[in-house]
Design a protein around this ligand. Structure first.
Ligand code: BTN
Length: 232
């Protein structure tokens, strides 16, 4: 059975994640609620950073309720869906820990997954920002190497991209809910840019475990597990 989908689209708003966080207690517990906008005025990135959200770029939050297992795998599933979306435009994407999507080492999309306690369930707010129409000039003003569909020669609207991404994410979320993580993890791992032995966060990258934790080997050979999702 397909999950019920409820959509809220706004011409402009501060942040789809912030709006979803404010309203999540009123969302239908059995539905997937998709909050999107043409433009954010206060887009948020990971680690308190700002996210540039000028008109015509994809800004969306996929919101749903979860029983609490394997939460780290959820943004990983989305990162993989974004790579698949890019493949549909004949673009080869790769994933940089935790869930940045890169093309030729330049960031095209980021994910901000926020988790809110909602009684027995966790409320998941899976925010996605994808650069659709940023020009080379706008990209050059960002403090890290970035690209957009437009800069890669693809002319698409953010609403078309939203439809494609939703068409990929909705069935894969439902499969994940039923079968848990294993069906997509191998493919996710194959898209990761890091290789065992690379330095990451000052330690040696070892891999990603089945629960979605990053494995890092320290100087004393102990292995630590690092999570990517912060819960309120
Ligand atoms: C990152 O790479 O730092 C994550 C960026 C996430 C940006 C998206 S845009 C839609 C949603 N609403 C927000 O305020 N942020 C996320």
């Amino acid at each position: 059975m397909e999950i019920k989908v409820i959509r809220h689209h706004f011409p402009s708003m501060e942040s789809t994640n912030s709006w979803a966080k404010e309203h999540i207690l009123s969302f239908d517990r059995d539905a997937l609620t998709i909050v999107s906008t043409d433009k954010q005025t206060n887009g948020r990135g990971r680690l308190g950073r700002k996210w540039l959200s000028s008109p015509g770029n994809l800004c969306v939050s996929f919101c749903f309720f979860w029983k609490g297992h394997n939460i780290l795998n959820i943004p990983q599933l989305m990162a993989l869906n974004i790579v698949e979306l890019l493949e549909g435009y004949a673009i080869k994407g790769a994933i940089k820990w935790p869930n940045d999507v890169l093309v030729d080492q330049k960031k095209i999309a980021g994910i901000l997954c926020e988790v809110v306690s909602c009684g027995e369930d966790k409320g998941i707010i899976l925010g996605v920002g994808l650069n659709v129409n940023l020009t080379k000039k706008e990209l050059a003003a960002i403090d890290q190497p970035c690209c957009s569909l437009h800069s890669l020669g693809v002319e698409a609207t953010h609403l078309e991209v939203l439809k494609h991404l939703s068409d990929l994410f909705i069935p894969s979320l439902e499969t994940f809910r039923k079968e848990e993580q294993l069906f997509f993890l191998e493919r996710y791992r194959s898209k990761i840019v890091h290789q065992p032995g690379d330095f990451l966060k000052g330690e040696l990258y070892e891999g990603i475990d089945d629960q979605g934790f990053l494995l890092l080997k320290r100087g004393d050979h102990s292995v630590i597990r690092v999570a990517s999702v912060i819960e309120d």
